[in-house]
Ligand binder design. Structure first.
Ligand SMILES: *Cc1c(COP(=O)(O)O)cnc(C)c1O
Length: 390
């Protein structure tokens, strides 16, 4: 198929921004509060209620949320933090912000989450924390990770960038560990364009995050320009500039109200993909554990080499030629030049993540997809599986 014959296109992702969101952001802009203000406060309260957690602290990104969480956990120079190699850059880089060492761990071969057995092998006297990533929105085995953390005196900080709304054994992600970091990046299941949130049930951790996210200034410093606020503040620590703004929070509030509805649509799309693709030998569809609610941020198929004579890269190219956008999540961290040069990692060290990476394709899955879009992607995959059958 040549590009000129493409009649349809299905982008990898389109954010779900409707009239209501546009109106809400416009109102926020018109209100005069264009930085952190009452809307942000309201978004935090709504998010905390939605998750069922004591504290939700809005920040500028999940990267900021992870950084502040590690700071609040008391991480310091020379400490080690266990993270899966199959993750985004942010999970690892934040560890280095505190002059600590990211220690990579392989993933499990079913859900591609942190492999607790491998994590156990990587423990040293310096290990202080573990950052499980709920990969694609499939929750990690938090009971096993919790036990492992207690046994080794580690703080658990969940990277929940993919996990809204997700549950482990009936409990919302964001309530299970001392600290959880969420992302509201453009492509995530709940977006504010850029944004993030830290959730915690611990008052002291919440106070530390609140302090450090805005210059280490005494609490509620954002109120200093309001009637109830005061011009006086104390700088008690050298903090960061990680606050969320009210126009972003206004968008977040609309997204939060639609979170369940948007999730239901992604579930439908995942079910359609499952139904159609399970009958094709060329692709392995995602497995879902019995005791979780999957957020379906990603729908990842693995190319079965035994049934298809072309490589994943060529499948992506075939889809592209049919107007279908896909992505690859992620290139494992240990295969990147930085991790090899600075931390001495090499290809071949994490076989499960590498095999996954060699075969994975993230398909489009977002509420704005029509049934026709979903069928178009399915038909393209069927077509490719026939054309390149081994
Ligand atoms: C997107 C993402 C992040 C970073 O989120 P930002 O809000 O862009 O900082 C962190 N971890 C994972 C796994 C992600 O996919």
């Amino acid at each position: 198929m040549t590009t000129s014959t493409v009649t349809k296109s299905v982008p990898f992702h389109v954010p779900s921004i409707g009239e209501e969101a546009i109106r809400a952001v416009t109102e926020a802009l018109e209100s005069g509060w264009i930085t952190t203000g009452p809307k942000t406060k309201c978004f935090e309260e709504s998010f905390a209620r939605f998750i069922g957690v004591r504290h939700a602290l809005a920040v500028s990104s999940c990267t900021a949320a992870l950084h502040l969480s590690l700071d609040a956990a008391g991480l310091s120079e020379g400490d080690e933090v266990l993270i899966p190699t199959l993750t985004f850059a942010a999970t690892g880089e934040v560890v280095t912000y505190l002059k600590a060492k990211p220690v990579l761990v392989d993933v499990d071969p079913v859900h591609f989450n942190l492999n607790v057995e491998d994590a156990r092998r990587k423990i040293t006297a310096k290990t202080k924390a573990v950052i499980p990533v709920h990969f694609g929105g499939h929750p990690c085995p938090m009971h096993a990770i919790g036990e492992f953390a207690v046994a080794n005196s580690l703080t658990v900080i969940e990277d929940a960038a993919h996990a809204i709304p997700a549950k482990f054994r009936g409990q919302n992600i964001g309530t299970l560990s001392p600290l959880t970091a969420f992302s509201f990046y453009a492509t995530k299941t709940l977006t504010t364009g850029e944004g993030g949130m830290v959730t915690t049930n611990d008052d002291a951790l919440a106070n530390r995050v609140a302090l450090m996210r805005l210059h280490g200034m005494s609490r509620d410093a954002w109120k200093r320009y309001t009637a109830e606020g005061t011009w006086r503040y104390d700088i008690t620590e050298a903090g960061y500039k990680y606050n969320l703004t009210d126009p972003q929070a206004a968008l977040g509030l609309v997204q939060l109200a639609r979170c369940e509805e948007m999730w239901r649509r992604r579930v439908e799309i995942a079910e359609e993909y499952d139904k159609a693709l399970n009958s094709l030998e060329a692709y392995r569809t995602p497995q879902v554990a019995q005791d979780v609610q999957h957020a379906w941020h990603l729908y990842v198929v693995l190319v079965e080499r035994s049934a298809l004579r072309i490589h994943r890269d060529q499948v992506i190219e075939e889809l592209r030629q049919r107007g279908i956008g896909t992505s690859v999540h992620f290139i494992p961290l240990h295969l990147h030049p930085y991790y090899q040069r600075v931390w001495g990692y090499r290809g071949g060290e994490f076989p499960v993540a590498e095999d996954y990476f060699d075969r994975c394709i993230s398909l489009p899955i977002y509420p704005g997809m029509t049934n026709e879009d979903v069928q178009y992607v399915i038909e393209a995959l069927r077509d490719i599986s026939k054309q390149f059958r081994r």
